[in-house]
Structure formats: C-alpha cells, structure tokens
Design a protein around this ligand. Sequence first.
Ligand SMILES: *Cc1c(COP(=O)(O)O)cnc(C)c1O
Length: 801
Amino acid sequence: MFSNKEKFKEVFSKKLEMMCGKRFEESTVRDQYHTLGNMIREYISNNWIQTNEKYRAENNKQVYYLSIEFLLGRLLGSNLINLGIRDVVEEGLKDLGIDLREIEESEADAGLGNGGLGRLAACFLDSLASLNLPGHGCGIRYKHGLFEQKIVDGYQVELPEQWLRNGNVWEVRKADLAVEVNFWGKVEVSQEKGRLTFRHIDAEKVMAVPYDMPVIGYDTKTVNTLRLWSAEPAKMFPIHKNIMQYKRETESISEFLYPDDTHDEGKILRLKQQYFLVAASLGSIVRTYRHKYGHLYDFHKHVAIHVNDTHPVLAIPELMRILLDEEGMSWEDAWHITTNTISYTNHTTLSEALEKWPVYIFQPLLPRIYMIVEEINERFCRDLWERYPGDWKRIEEMAIIAHGLVKMAHLAIAGSYSVNGVAKIHTDILKHREMKLFYEFFPEKFNNKTNGITHRRWLLKANPELSRLITNAIGDEWIKQPEKLLDLKPYAYDVSFKQNLAAIKQKRKKMLAQRIYEQTGVVVDESSIFDVQVKRLHAYKRQLLNVLHIMYLYNRLKEESSFSIYPRTFIFGAKASPGYYYAKKIIKLINSLAEKVNNDRQTNEQLKVIFLENYRVSLAEEIFPAADVSEQISTASKEASGTGNMKFMMNGAVTLGTLDGANIEILELVGEENIFIFGMTADEVISYYQNGGYHAYEYYHHDKRIKQVVDQLVNGFFPNVYDHFEPIYDSLLTQNDQYFVLRDFAAYVEAQEKVEKAYQQRDKWLEMSAINIAHSGHFSSDRTIREYANDIWNIKPISWE
Ligand SMILES: *Cc1c(COP(=O)(O)O)cnc(C)c1O
C-alpha cells in the first residue's frame, strides 16, 4: 500500500471512509491521522509478528530495558522515516490536498517522562530496533504524561496532560497477557520437606494489563516491542474493602507520571508504581521464558534485564522471589542467576535524588520483597565484614538497609553485575567519590557508557534540510553509520557548503521566529544570535546564570550610550517540578525579564528574551535546528551527561558550556577552538564542598556588575513583583550560592563576549558549526547501544538473511 503514490492514495481514501464512516471530503485532520496510523500498523504487522517469531524460535539472548519513563514524543513522523515511506506518503497526501505536516502536528506527544532520562530510554529503543538487536522496553502506560505547562502572568500553571484523549493508534491491548501483582497482606512461613517456604497471603491484587507498541527500526524488518503496563482491578475484588475505593486506588497506580526528577516524594504510590512495573514485567518475561525453556537455571544466559536508574531496582528482589518461592531454588543458585541477569545505570550523583525508602512504608506494602531485601542486606554485610573485619563505619555506610531506610542504589550495586555511569566524568565521580566504597569492593562492575541520542529523530527527522545537505556532500551512509559524519570535516572549509549551511540555519530560525510570534506575540530579529537554553528547570542547571548575564547586558545598554551588542535572542524552555518552589521562581524571573527587556524600545532591537511554554519533544525538534548557541552551563560535576548538548551539536549549534557531563567529551572531539568552555572544574567545585572557602558575598561586593544585577532582584527593578525574587536573592547571598553562580559569573560574561565576536566572523563560525556536526556522529545512541550490547548485555543482532 506504500509501494507507490497512486496505490497509497487509493488505499488511504478507501480506508478512511471505511474507518471513519464518512466521505473522504468530509474528513478531519484527526480522521486522516487515525487512518494513516492504522495503515502503518497494518503495514508493519507482518514484520512485527516475524520479529517476535524469530525471538521465540532462536535461542539468542534478549534484553529487557526497564524504565519508569519513556519520553517518546510523536511517533508518526519517525515511523514513516524509519519505514522509508515518508516521501510516498507526503506526495500522495499532497495530491489529495492534505499537508502531511499538519497531520503530524495533530499527534499528541507521548510524554511519559520528565526529561533526559526518559528521552534516553526512547532513543535507546530506536537504536535497538535499528541495529536489529533483540531488546524490548518495559514501562508504565500512564494515563497522564508529564503535565502540560501554561504560562499565565509569567507563572507556570500545570494542566493534566491528556495524550490518550483521542486514543493511541500505536498500541495493542493484550488483555490475555495480564499479570497479577500483589500488594500488602502478610507472609506465611512453613516447613516443607525440610525447607522453609513462604506464602504471601491476604494480598491485595492488581491486574497489570500490557499495551504493546511497535518499535520500528530504520530500513530493516525488525520491529521490537515497547510494553507499557496499565493497572486495572483484578477479577476478584478484595472482600474487606470498599469496591469503589479499591478501584480508585488500583487505577491510580498508572494514572500519573511523577512530575519530579530529583526529589524523592516519599509517597507510597510511587513505590507501588515501581513494584507494579517490575512485577508485571518480570512476570511476563518469566512466563515467556518458562514456555520456551522450562526451568530457569540458565535464565541469565538468555535474558538480560537492565534497570534505568534505581526506579526499577526491585527487579532484583522480585527475581529472587520468583526463583526462590516459585522455582524452589536455593538462595545461592537464585543469587547467582539474579546477579548475572541485572545491570544498572546510575543517572545522578545529586544526593537528594538518590532513592531511599523508609522501612515503615516498604515493609507493609511489599512484605515478601522486604524479607528478601533484608536477607540480601544481611549476606552483603557479612561479605563486607569478611573483607573489612571490624570496619563498622564502612559497613554502615554501605549497608542496603540502615537507619530505617532501604537504599535503592546500594541494592542496585549489590544485586547487579554491571553499574554504569553516563559520561566519563560522571563515571569517574561515581568510582572515586560518590560510590567509592562500592568501587573498592566491586571494581569489576563499574563501567562508563556515554549517553547518545538517535540521529534519526534529532537530525534526519527534525532537520530534513540539513540532512539533505549532508547527504549531498558525503552520501547517505551516515544514516546507517553515523560515525561517517566525520567525512564532513573537509566541508568545514568549503565555501559553498557553508553558504548552504547558513541558509538552512536561517530558514529554521525564520520558522522558529514564526512559532515564537504565534506563541508569545513577540517579534524577534531573525538575523540575531539565537542563544538557547532548553531543559528542565533546576538550580544546578543554572538558568539563573544565564538570566543574570542578560540583566547585565541590559544594564550596560541602558547606561552606556557607546555600548552596543550584536543582536541576540535568548530563548528559554523549561518545566519546573510543581513542588519545586525555587525553580518556579526562576520561571517567573525569566518572564519578568522578558517583559521588561522586550518592551524597552531603547534596547529591544538588540536584546530579546523569550520563554517558550510547554517544552517537550515535539517543540524541541523545532528548536534545535534553529539554535546558534547551545547553553550547557551546569555547575561542574552536577550534570551527569546531558543529552540536549548532543542534539544541539548535531544541528550545528556551538556549545557554550562548563566542564561538565558530556560537554567534556564534546570538547575532546571538536577541540577547544570549536567550543566555548568557561568556569570552574568539577575538582574545584568538589573541593569547595569539602573544604569550604567559598564566600558568595565577596563576589557580590567586589564585582560591581554582580552587585547591580543581584540587587535588582529585590530593589524594584522588576515592577509589580514585590519581594517575589527575595528567595533567589537569598539563595545567592544568605545561603552562599550553592551552585556557584556568582563565582562563575565573570568567566561566563567573558565567554559570552567571545561568542559574540566569533559569531560575527561568519566564515569562522560556520566552520565551527560544520565541525560540530561532523563530530556529532559519536553521540548517536547507535554507538552507545552497541557498547551496551557488547560490553554489558552480551547480545547479538538478529539476521534477516
Ligand atoms: C533531550 C531532552 C531533554 C534533556 O535535556 P538536557 O539538556 O540534557 O537536560 C529534556 N527534555 C526533552 C524534551 C528533551 O528532548
């Protein structure tokens, strides 16, 4: 049906009338989307079935990637591209008077994630399928994804997100594959044939119903599966409970994604979600496995289970439970299998983000799982004691359960065979600082896998013009082998290539300017520097540093008649966690600054500030191609990797960043002449934390520029926000500026001046841009996934020969 335009048109219009029950002429965009989505599903169904048959028939090892978040974004466009049928469809629809882009834009983003961690999971799925690797995603089918952000009067307002409002064409409900998950109740211990047996009784049962989504590889028959679990009441309602309450409580498990990616909210519901994901996924993995192999003694030889951060770490005790209680294995056998099955990625060293569950919550909710965790802890502490006899302090620090808390990262390390960080510096910090004691005990488990992004979505789909330019220059091999982008390097010195590169950037800036106008009513100068910071709002990401610098520029423009700058448009996009008071203040601050600056006729030809609301994957796809400058200015040591930095680079933006996360690896690749690096090193930051010696007040008193902008937070510079920014002011002075904003201010100003100069040397700038694109292939998630496949999971591609 997609073999040629005419055939497509015929099938499409017939199908639409059949599915929607109306004449083609009367169809809406939604009807057209729905029809096209269904055609694609039908088209791939055979490959999906064949892929699954292959997995069932062959004894190849498979990996299951467990993640509490999958930030997929829209799927229509990327599916069309991966299937190689986008052009046929676009042309066919055009003949029918339909704009494919309009259909694509009618699709809701699947926003089942907060930010980088969830988007990483989505990029990994695309790479697994495109590399023909047997890898499946397991997640939760939240009814509401990450909240929709509205900006009202400069403040963030959160609305419930409704991605399922018009149904989801990509999913298939598989009610017959439901898995029962047990909560509460108690454990009955008895002796049977000289062996203790454990029965979880009086449990409250929840039905986990899988919804499968196809993950379509690029230019291959492989169609993998993302299985998302939905919580429904079990057939047997609990007798002692009000049924309405039971139904509500059950359904609430898969109702909302937690809109919080650092703080542990300490809610029972969150732990319920975690166990729900794990028990449902393992239940189904083991069922499939038993079907094929019978016993589970070789489980680890055929199955790898990866836990994305600590949220799914209960996979460790859950697998132990299955092996011990259901299979009747000995502890030693079960532990051997478990610790050779599970691998774990650490995503952060921020201590407030490390999950710890109070025993008083954990134990009653998951009584059998808690017993197993206790046993794991006891044995682990015994091993530690043997190695470090008498070193109570060390054992206390490393214990899995201590002071009434279950430490999920400790459980993850003890119960897995691989622990990886997500960028070189992050892994080093894990090994030598944050998880030092664990590294000493288990050095062989630790390894680095620098993050990546799928170049298919972030370049091929998001920036078709640039993709064409690249292909015209070096051929299209880069699409399957992104490292080949390196062949572009000579073109960094090619005049006509650079002219085309400039024209494409200009076109995308124009398109983004149009979007900005539609959303904010502000007209921006399309020839100004588009300087962009888009990411979750966090103190450590230092949107505040960016803001203070803009205030400083504004002050100079106002005060010094001889001072001028190359026109600049500062663009922000960021969601703040609803309970993150400080982050919300920063959003208001950005909007207050935008209002002030954009309406000042004395400066607004040189300076504009834009806050684009509801930052999400689809908006990101419009922003990266239009960016000149990529702001990656986190406090060194705090950003584990960052992936936004890679998307910008791939689209030809030049990084202005600190020596943090993957910025360091970008620097290594492009060289210091093609990036703007400033500020403290991670060692300096850590040394201040350890030894003290930082006094924010000194920077405030000794740098007039700093004093002025900091004072302006509270002195009426922003009208009508009486004392609103005092908390920000206090964070910088009273609380001694934990993230070293003032300390890095001068270096940042200087780096920004270099950016401004470099941008005006057009030829040099385009050269930098091209060199960044050329080196971005290294950050394709294909490279990352190959490393995981070879070094951690030990899985091999399937062959379609
Ligand atoms: C890539 C991405 C992120 C992560 O951005 P960082 O700059 O690495 O924090 C967050 N949200 C969305 C929508 C993304 O696409």
